[in-house]
Design a binder for this molecule. Structure first.
Ligand code: FE2
Length: 313
């Protein structure tokens, strides 16, 4: 990334947040050259764990089925009733993809691209995690993500936020591909003289570089507000800040689940009711995608990947 790109990101994210993010990213990269001890979060140990898991599923004869399940995209249509929704936005359709983990897709995104061709919407949103790993090279993740985004056609464009698998260096690449990335920023969607406020925050789960106050700074009083957050763990602060609808991902709905979609782990520090599908916290509504891609080991059981179409009313 060029120096001028870093300077632009510094202006948008703020010096402190950018420094914190870069330092965290550097620490992640350094881990690749160290011994992990017993920590499950060390990349070498995580890789060993996933190799063992793969062996287990292979010996049970279900590994290929698990890989195939990753391509079984389900279109989830979600009706969202919002109080005070401006009449111009009745029936407004938001297409959400989340957790692409694009370079881990077993078919390099081909099935997903075909699936997206027939879906019409007003705006597309991507709630973070473009890359498979949390570290390592990202060229193929960017290339596949760009190919997927090229199939997303919407009058109000494509908007995204970063997840915990994403480096800040992705931003210029993704923006060149036509995704408007929200780094604790917002946009206003205007239709027939009425507006909807859409904010997006940087990753809360791992980087902690979110700044909700900054993201909401341009909001008008009583404006209907939507928030893009990689993780639902922000639910408490988001409700307090007066968000009407919060769109999230990160949990993958568990990805490897017990029957009836019961997750074994959700990888989020929040109650399980916020880990998948529609939810409500006090006055705020929310939705957590099961994810469009898969991470760790690219298999899914009892938890199909999703493309979500939110229809406001
Ligand atoms: Fe993810």
């Amino acid at each position: 990334m060029k120096n001028s790109d870093y300077r632009r990101l510094q202006t948008r994210l703020g010096s402190d947040r950018l420094r914190e993010r870069l330092q965290f990213q550097a620490r992640l990269a350094v881990k690749l050259y160290t011994i992990g001890g017993l920590s499950m979060f060390h990349p070498h140990n995580a890789k060993r764990f996933h190799a063992l898991l793969k062996l287990f599923f292979q010996s049970c004869g279900v590994f290929r089925k698990g890989q195939k399940n990753c391509l079984d995209y389900r279109l989830e249509r979600v009706r969202v009733q919002l109080e005070n929704l401006p009449p111009a936005f009745q029936g407004f359709r938001i297409l959400q993809l989340s957790d692409l983990h694009a370079d881990g897709m077993v078919d390099a995104g081909l099935n997903l691209r075909n699936r997206l061709k027939g879906i019409s919407c007003d705006i597309c949103v991507i709630t973070g995690d473009f890359r498979f790993d949390t570290h390592s090279e990202y060229l193929s993740a960017m290339t596949i993500s760009k190919n997927i985004v090229s199939e997303m056609q919407a009058q109000y464009g494509v908007v995204g936020v970063l997840g915990n698998h994403d480096f800040i260096e992705f931003v210029p690449e993704l923006e060149a591909a036509g995704i408007q990335m929200l780094l604790n920023e917002s946009i206003r969607i205007e239709k027939h003289g009425q507006s909807l406020f859409l904010a997006g925050i940087d990753d809360y789960h791992m980087y902690k570089c979110h700044d909700l106050d900054k993201a909401l700074s341009g909001r008008k009083k009583h404006e209907t507000s939507l928030l893009l957050s990689h993780t639902p763990e922000i639910y408490f602060q988001a409700e307090k800040a007066g968000i009407d609808y919060c769109l999230c991902g990160h949990t993958h709905g568990g990805q490897i689940c017990l029957p009836w979609r019961i997750p074994i782990i959700s990888n989020a520090s929040c109650p399980r009711r916020y880990a998948s599908g529609s939810w409500r916290y006090k006055k705020m509504r929310g939705y957590t995608s099961r994810g469009t891609g898969s991470s760790g080991l690219a298999v899914r059981y009892c938890c199909p990947p999703e493309i979500t179409l939110h229809i406001l009313s």
